[in-house]
Structure formats: structure tokens, C-alpha cells
Design a protein around this ligand. Structure first.
Ligand SMILES: Nc1ncnc2c1ncn2[C@@H]1O[C@H](COP(=O)(O)OP(=O)(O)O)[C@@H](O)[C@H]1O
Ligand SMILES: O=P(O)(O)OC[C@H]1O[C@](O)(COP(=O)(O)O)[C@@H](O)[C@@H]1O
Ligand SMILES: [Mg+2]
Length: 454
């Protein structure tokens, strides 16, 4: 008899059955009147034989579970009924914040999906980020305009930071008679999107607002990961590989790579784990120090003695507290209000050189500093990210056509779901330096824990 099925082996798992709460999604019918459900136009789409495909439409019983939070979310996909007549739909698509591989794919798939799946014909791109709503003319988009956009990096709609003027944005949405607004952006953008959604709800307008989370840093919570992240990690690995070659080819060579990661070190962590050439990975979530017992210099000294070279990866937001700043530098912000960082890579390189001259005067030593910052995000998405972008765009379209609003589409435990916009705007996604992933990094690098023992 299989011992795993013996009753003596069974364990009490009642904690698995604690109640799970379903996250409610805002729907246009919650605050507007005279909206009637219509049959889904997919019923007559030659490519989707909805009558013969079993369980084609998602029902209210279909949910995606988040094991971490014990919440259930509505499953993404087409619904039986829609709340927009395709011929009345006027779509606005906007990209905001920094670049991320896959932005153009999402735009392309929104346009093609709306056009081919639902027969929507009035689709516009708002150019240059949030400010574009009130400062530029929207551009008309159709499948012929966007057909090859998935092969291009950046955003062909252009983007920007700052320029968020709630009243002007919602007035412009109203004046241009947009009734579906697709907002692609990061954490800052999602906070703006919540305000736009609330204002539209306040004005009782029949306009759906959806957020499509974009962040190369992977700093948005709840969803499994953001699109473009895998592509960025792949590009980061190339920089690490070059740093390794440079370090190995020098006497006492250090290869230093600075990677993106404003407040989270996911790119640095994943590139470190997948490259295996890294001796130490420094991220914003982990305080570190240079001098003394357990510090970075002591560790590198040892590595150079053992291996003759070392590779150091640092996320841009790491160590910002230990770089000396002038009073004006402490106040400096970008247009969106994000603190302007000092260059941790440049500072570390200079401190490393000073340390070596002090401790090992006259001995050969080289630091090769590689800053691939924009190279890792200014590329088109790889195959996995392109597929992800496509599913995201289609998920967003199905829910908006079904009348949902104030939500974000994204994968949870590998399943596409709809999440209230407000939840996503508040959810950060820091690297947990107390979990097994970080222990794994340390076991790969053997780097210090930087916990001072005195
Ligand atoms: N709290 C906020 N409320 C309203 N708009 C915001 C907020 N934070 C950022 N934004 C706007 O969102 C856009 C993108 O924000 P930013 O932080 O630059 O990039 P990201 O969305 O990629 O994090 C900018 O136009 C910015 O003005
Ligand atoms: O020079 P820019 O365009 O402001 O972008 C730099 C920033 O963009 C980021 O990739 C994050 O951008 P988002 O906040 O737009 O996701 C950070 O890693 C970096 O600090
Ligand atoms: Mg951001």
C-alpha cells in the first residue's frame, strides 16, 4: 500500500479552508443609469464559435485565488453580455512614466483586439503621457497603423513624467467623448488612474477606466510580475557577462554593474541568480556598509585573494542613504515627484579605488564600471513578454466591454484576473530579504548579510 495514503500520514490542513474573500470590481451600472446588457458581439465573430466552444464565457463563479492574501479575484476573459455598443465606443490609449519592453505590444494588441474581436472603429492614441490628454491632439489608430509595433522598443505614443492635472484630464476625456480609457503605466500612473476613475465616477460618466501595469522594476504588487521584466533581466545578464569578462581579464579586477531598480532590487536579484557570475548583489531593500568586519571591502578583499576577480551588481536605489548628499540634492525630485538618485555605481567605483590605494598601495587593481541603465529597457519585448502583453491587452478589453471599470488586468498565480485599481495602486512589491529567494542569492554569492554584530 502507498504509505502516502495511509491515514496515519494524513495531516490536519483545516487552515487551508479559512474563508476567502472575493474582491468586488466596480461596474459602470453601479453609478450610471440606463445601461442595458447587450449580447456579446463575439457571438457573431467568425473566429470565435461561442456556441460550440464549451465554457467560452467567464461566469461570476470563475475566480482566481491569491494564496498569499486569501482573496479571490474575478477571472479575466469574455463575458456573456457587453455594456457597450461597439459602434458607440471611443477609445483612448495612453502610456505614462518610464519605458518598459512591451509597451508597443500592449498598444498594438489593444488596437487589434478591439478592432477584430469587438468591431470597435474609433481608437485613439493620447501622446506624451498624462499631459497629452489636454495638450496634444490624439492620433487615430487602426490595425494597419500598429501592425509592426510589437517589434519596436519604447512607446510610439511617447511618454512623460509629471503633467498630471486631474481636472484638465477628465475634462478632455469628456470633451473628446472617450468612453473607454486604457492607461498603461507604473505605480505613479496607477495612483493617477485611481484619481481619474474616482473623478469620472463622481461625475457619473459612462466611461470605463482600466490600468495596465507597466514597470521594468517589477515594483507593483499583487500581480505575479510585470511585462518587460523578463526581457530586462535578459539584457541585464549581458552586462553582467561583460563585467565578468573584464574582471577576469585584469589583475585584481572588479566588474561593477549598476542595474535599474528604484525601490526594488528584482532585476538585480533575478539577473544575479540566473547569471551565476555575481559575487555580491546590492539592492535597495538591504542596507550595506563598506568598512570593517562584515563589510563589503572585507568581503571583496577575500574574494580577490581567492579568485583574483569579483563581480558586483548594484541596483540604482541601493545605498542611497550612505552616499553623502548636499542639502539641495536631498530635495531634488523628478517631474513626477520621485527623488532624484545619486549614481551609486560612480560613487562605489570611487570608494573602491580609494580603499585599494589605502590598503594595498602599489598593487594592481581595476574597477570596470558598466551602466547599462537604458539598454535594458529600451528594447522590444522578448517572446515570453510579447505573449504576456497580448494576453494582458485582451484581458483588459473583455472586461471593459463587459462594463467593468476601475480595475487592472494581470496574472495571479499564472491566471489572468481583474484586480481593483485602488488595490494595485497601493501594493508595493519589495524584495523580501527574509525569504528563501534572498537566502538563495546569498548561498550563490556567499556575500555578507551586512548585519552588524556590534
Ligand atoms: N500620486 C499621484 N497622483 C497622480 N498622478 C501621479 C501620482 N504619481 C505619479 N503620477 C503621474 O503618473 C505619471 C507617471 O508617474 P511616474 O512615477 O513618473 O512613473 P510610473 O507610473 O512608471 O511609476 C506621471 O505623469 C505622474 O505625474
Ligand atoms: O530616466 P527616467 O526616464 O526617469 O527613468 C529612470 C527610472 O525608470 C525606472 O526604470 C522606473 O521607472 P518607472 O517608475 O516608470 O517604472 C527606474 O528604475 C529608474 O529610476
Ligand atoms: Mg514608478
Amino acid at each position: 500500500m502507498d504509505s502516502s495514503s495511509s491515514s496515519s500520514e494524513l495531516q490536519n490542513v483545516t487552515h487551508l479552508f479559512e474563508p476567502i474573500k472575493l474582491k468586488k470590481l466596480p461596474h459602470l451600472t453601479h453609478y450610471t443609469t440606463n445601461l442595458q446588457p447587450l449580447p456579446n458581439p463575439l457571438d457573431h465573430n467568425p473566429y470565435f464559435n461561442t456556441l460550440h466552444l464549451q465554457n467560452f464565457y467567464i461566469t461570476p463563479n470563475d475566480v482566481v485565488l491569491s494564496h498569499a492574501t486569501r482573496f479571490a479575484y474575478r477571472t479575466a476573459g469574455p463575458r456573456n453580455n457587453v455594456y457597450f455598443n461597439p459602434s458607440d465606443v471611443r477609445v483612448a490609449i495612453v502610456t505614462c512614466g518610464g519605458l518598459c519592453p512591451g509597451l508597443n505590444t500592449v498598444i498594438r494588441e489593444l488596437v487589434v483586439g478591439l478592432w477584430n474581436l469587438y468591431g470597435v472603429r474609433h481608437i485613439f492614441g493620447v501622446t506624451g503621457g498624462y499631459r497629452g490628454f489636454y495638450s496634444t491632439q490624439p492620433v487615430m489608430l487602426d490595425p494597419s497603423v500598429v501592425h509592426n509595433w510589437h517589434n519596436k522598443g519604447g512607446t510610439l505614443l511617447q511618454t512623460s513624467r509629471g503633467g498630471f492635472d486631474l481636472c484638465k484630464i477628465v475634462d478632455a476625456i469628456q470633451n473628446r467623448a472617450f468612453n473607454q480609457v486604457y492607461i498603461i503605466g507604473g505605480d505613479g500612473t496607477m495612483r493617477g488612474a485611481v484619481k481619474i476613475f474616482n473623478e469620472i465616477r463622481e461625475r457619473k460618466l459612462n466611461i470605463a477606466v482600466v490600468g495596465i501595469p507597466k514597470t521594468v522594476d517589477n515594483d507593483i504588487g499583487i500581480i505575479d510580475r510585470s511585462f518587460g521584466f523578463q526581457t530586462a533581466v535578459e539584457m541585464a545578464q549581458r552586462a553582467i557577462s561583460a563585467a565578468h569578462v573584464e574582471a577576469e581579464s585584469a589583475v585584481n579586477g572588479i566588474g561593477l554593474v549598476k542595474l535599474m531598480g528604484r525601490s526594488t532590487g528584482h532585476i538585480a536579484l533575478h539577473a544575479t541568480l540566473s547569471s551565476r557570475d555575481v559575487d555580491c548583489c546590492l539592492i535597495p531593500e538591504l542596507d550595506f556598509y563598506l568598512e570593517g568586519k562584515g563589510g563589503l571591502f572585507e568581503f571583496l578583499d577575500q574574494r580577490l585573494k581567492e579568485n583574483g576577480h569579483a563581480v558586483l551588481v548594484v541596483a540604482e536605489g541601493a545605498g542611497q542613504d550612505i552616499i553623502p548628499r548636499t542639502d539641495s540634492q536631498k530635495e531634488e525630485r523628478d517631474e513626477s515627484g520621485n527623488l532624484v538618485f545619486l549614481d551609486i555605481g560612480v560613487w562605489l567605483k570611487s570608494e573602491l579605488n580609494k580603499w585599494w590605494d589605502r590598503e594595498h598601495p602599489g598593487e594592481l587593481f581595476t574597477v570596470k564600471y558598466i551602466d547599462p541603465t537604458y539598454m535594458i529597457r529600451a528594447v522590444h519585448a522578448n517572446a515570453t513578454d510579447n505573449l504576456y502583453c497580448t494576453l494582458l491587452a485582451h484581458s483588459a478589453i473583455h472586461a471593459v466591454m463587459a462594463g467593468y471599470t476601475g480595475f487592472v488586468a494581470g496574472p495571479i498565480n499564472g491566471n489572468y484576473a481583474y484586480i481593483p485599481l485602488e488595490d494595485v495602486a497601493c501594493a508595493k512589491n519589495p524584495v523580501n530579504t527574509r525569504d528563501h529567494n534572498w537566502s538563495w542569492v546569498r548561498s550563490v554569492t556567499n556575500q555578507p548579510d551586512f548585519l552588524k554584530s556590534y
